[in-house]
Design a protein around this ligand. Structure first.
Ligand code: MP5
Length: 203
């Protein structure tokens, strides 16, 4: 069903625009993001990525075939250098990564983890939505920011050609699935959580 991702995205056009225009994203692009907002994001997102890694590990175990398993294994491997990026930045900034996460973050991470127990089609849709939301946001930052920004490592992490290819491959896996109300609901939930997450760290 090559139209599945297209239908999911076109059903969320307004909210997607809100993600791309979010003050956190816009201020990162403009170089005006308050240090405290970046620090808050770093701590919250570190927790998110750690629990996301556990989700991805569980998802690899239920991958329906080798093609899907290989795509997910590639995504999983990329999380080690990504977490190292967070740890180096936190050490530099004197931040405690063990800080208790917000309820929005706990809710988002727990929702994602629970989808593996639901079924493959929902979980792969969630994975695609999470990664696509970050790719689009950080690619928009990349397109408007000079290379000298202090956030270059993070921008590159989610806007590189390799990451773009990964998101495309995930889209390909979602497009093997038929669009169901469950997939539409899961996609909608991720979009709402993404917006709440940006609100949380920007505010
Ligand atoms: C991602 C993220 C991307 N790190 N944080 C949020 C709130 N949404 C999406 O996931 P990953 O695993 O870092 O590529």
């Amino acid at each position: 069903m090559p139209e599945t991702t297209r239908a999911l995205l076109s059903g969320q056009e307004t909210a997607w625009k809100l993600i791309l225009e979010h003050p956190f994203v816009a201020q990162t692009s403009a170089g005006t993001l308050p240090v405290s907002a970046f620090d808050r994001w770093l701590i919250e997102d570190y927790y998110f990525v750690r629990s996301f890694r556990a989700f991805l590990t569980d998802l690899v175990a239920i991958a329906p075939d080798d093609e899907a398993g290989e795509v997910l294994a590639g995504g999983l491997a990329a999380l080690d250098p990504e977490l190292a990026l967070f740890e180096a930045a936190a050490a530099e900034r004197g931040l405690d990564l063990a800080t208790e996460p917000s309820l929005v973050n706990l809710g988002y991470s727990s929702y994602i983890a629970a989808t593996v127990l639901a079924d493959w089609s929902v979980a792969i849709t969630v994975l695609y939505a999470v990664e696509k939301a970050y790719y689009d946001a950080w690619a928009s930052v990349r397109d408007t920011t000079g290379p000298a920004t202090q956030y270059a490592g993070f921008i590159a992490n989610w806007s590189s050609p390799e990451f773009a290819a990964y998101v495309e491959q995930l889209g390909g896996l979602v497009d093997r699935e038929e669009l169901t109300p469950e997939l539409t609901q899961a996609f909608d939930r991720v979009v709402r959580f993404e917006l709440a997450f940006w609100d949380l760290v920007a505010g």
